[in-house]
Design a protein around this ligand. Sequence first.
Ligand SMILES: [Mg+2]
Length: 120
Amino acid sequence: MMKNFQEEIGKFNLERGWNKDSRFIKDFLLNLCEEATEAWTVIKWIDEEKQKEVIKEHVDKFEDFVGDSLYLIFKIAWLLDIDSEQALKNTLEEYEKRFPADKMKEVKHGNPLAGGIDNK
Ligand SMILES: [Mg+2]
């Protein structure tokens, strides 16, 4: 399924004459940061309790963040010939090792294993 999105985004780009040129990777990475910043701007400096309310009021901006960020991630994967599905599987496997469910459940707030059992 992820591969389909990656291919669709590649097709979308080629149809517009945006060739498979990885020279602009740094710009797409900055775009990704920009998307996160847009979402952050909605809740910056707002205390935790109020954040829930504000996010509810502006859920469209977070939806936009998710969509735009996924677009950029699939585009970067397409440009670099990275199999996005395999990349996510690799990450999940790594997280499974670093954040074992039985150990993570034992830990409460102020989690000393927040960086994972390998403390990365
Ligand atoms: Mg956006």
